[in-house]
Design a protein around this ligand. Structure first.
Ligand SMILES: CC(C)(COP(=O)(O)OP(=O)(O)OC[C@H]1O[C@@H](n2cnc3c(N)ncnc32)[C@H](O)[C@@H]1OP(=O)(O)O)[C@@H](O)C(=O)NCCC(=O)NCCS
Length: 414
């Protein structure tokens, strides 16, 4: 018998959460505190479960929430952020995710969202639904004694200053900085109250024990707040009483290179700290080159991050800016039936219309998702057989148009 896919009632939410936690191999116990916290931030109107007809047990979960995505040029477009995607191991590979996703994407299209977004647990899951990896990330581990930084460093030296601040100040400064960063960084997504409350430790889930964090704020010589970092240390020492602390950075937001430089130098200057784990950064972060010896920063993670599913081709292509003029007819194939068709894009006019004209490039909607923010190259995708050039050079023209000066970056996991 096929499972029933339907919205989740408040009385079923604890079981729904138990399913999420079980499929994520976390504790199946949902505490009252976690239940109340999760319920507070969950729109049950956008939360579905798959219920086994034999006993009515919740065996699959899926929900979306409203998000805004920054696109090249600074505009933000509404997206449906997909999260809490699970199917219990007892019910996997029977098409439950496929059904929940089809319903979720159709709803998002109906609502007028330009995209759907998600962070994929595993690479092979979401391409079939039209998602393409659109931003990537890197994490470095810095070997502090090797950086070549002056071990006596204690101040930015540019007239600016670094201050340790309390949670209330971090809660005031952080969202303001993030809003500024979003205006210049394609790929960033909006952060809601829940994100900040969990990030700053104002609220916590029993599932994830809270450990004290430190917050530092960088102010320029003129007193303007330009950056903030939050971090914690693991308190490790060797048996010989030699400090071996690793600082794990939770978030480092900087809207100027000076702030970026000062905050990284600060983190590498803290006594006892031998290693700094940077957290997920932009793949073209300034960081390694901010250190006298960039090789002291070893790459520990390099992976895809935000996945993008275009739902409204015209709106998406008209919202972003382009690096070069050019006209291209894109034939977008969408097996999901939501965004397919032939579109004429005029980069200079920032216009996109449906057309019957001869196509220049043929591509799947997933490939369009990968190209959209400028992180992927049409030439590379053509070499992989995922984009077809109707005439030689069409992919290179697309690359010239879609290129962005800095790579897009999504610092968040949702
Ligand atoms: C990933 C998950 C939600 C898939 O659910 P599901 O109901 O088994 O998926 P479906 O049966 O609808 O699968 C549809 C297709 O995707 C494929 N697929 C699904 N998950 C896959 C995975 N992890 N790796 C590779 N292929 C996968 C299926 O094989 C199937 O392919 P087919 O159409 O060619 O037969 C489920 O396995 C799960 O909960 N995993 C653990 C938690 C997790 O990773 N969640 C995702 C968080 S982003």
């Amino acid at each position: 018998m096929t499972a029933d896919i339907r919205p989740v009632a408040e009385s079923e939410f604890a079981e729904w959460l138990r399913t999420v936690q079980t499929a994520f191999l976390e504790s199946p116990v949902v505490t009252d505190g976690d239940l109340a916290q999760r319920l507070k931030y969950t729109d049950l109107g956008r939360t579905v479960g798959a219920f086994d007809p034999d006993g009515g047990r919740c065996v699959g979960t899926f929900r979306t929430f409203a998000q805004n995505l920054s696109v090249p040029g600074g505009e933000v477009l509404p997206s449906a952020a997909v999260t809490n995607v699970t199917v219990l191991p007892t019910h996997r590979r029977r098409g439950l995710l496929t059904r929940m996703m089809a319903a979720g994407l159709a709803e998002a299209k109906e609502r007028g969202d330009a995209f759907a977004t998600l962070i994929a647990a595993e690479y092979p899951i979401y391409g079939r639904y039209g998602f393409g990896p659109a931003t990537s990330l890197v994490e470095w581990e810095i070997d502090v004694p090797r950086t070549g930084l002056d071990p006596r460093w204690s101040t930015p030296g540019d007239g600016g200053r670094i201050d340790l601040v309390d949670t209330a100040e971090a809660a005031r400064v952080g969202p303001e900085l993030h809003e500024r960063l979003r205006r210049t960084t394609a790929g960033t997504v909006s952060r809601d109250e829940r994100f900040w409350n969990l990030a700053l430790g104002v609220e916590d889930l029993d599932l994830r024990p809270y450990k004290q964090q430190y917050f530092v704020v960088y102010r320029s010589a003129e007193g303007e707040v330009q950056g903030m970092a939050r971090y914690r240390s693991d308190g490790q020492w060797t048996d010989a009483k030699i400090p071996l602390n690793t600082v794990q950075v939770g978030d480092l937001l900087a809207v100027t290179p000076a702030a970026e430089r000062a905050l990284w130098h600060y983190l590498c200057s803290i006594d006892w700290v031998m290693k700094v784990r940077t957290g997920y950064r932009a793949p073209d972060d300034l960081l390694p080159l901010l250190l006298p010896d960039p090789r002291s920063a070893r790459t520990v993670t390099a992976a895809d991050q935000l996945w993008l599913r275009v739902l409204d081709v015209v709106r998406c292509l008209e919202a972003r800016t382009y690096a070069a003029p050019g006209e291209l007819v894109l034939e977008v194939r969408d097996p999901g039936g939501l965004a397919g068709g032939r579109y004429l894009l005029d980069a200079e006019a920032r216009s996109c219309v449906r057309t019957d004209g001869v196509p220049d490039l043929l591509l799947g909607v997933d490939a369009l998702g990968s190209l959209y923010l400028g992180d992927e190259s049409a030439t590379r995708l053509a070499a992989l057989g995922r984009v077809t050039e109707v005439w030689p050079g069409a992919a290179a023209l697309a690359d010239a148009m879609f290129r962005t000066p800095r790579r897009p970056w999504c610092p968040d996991i949702f």
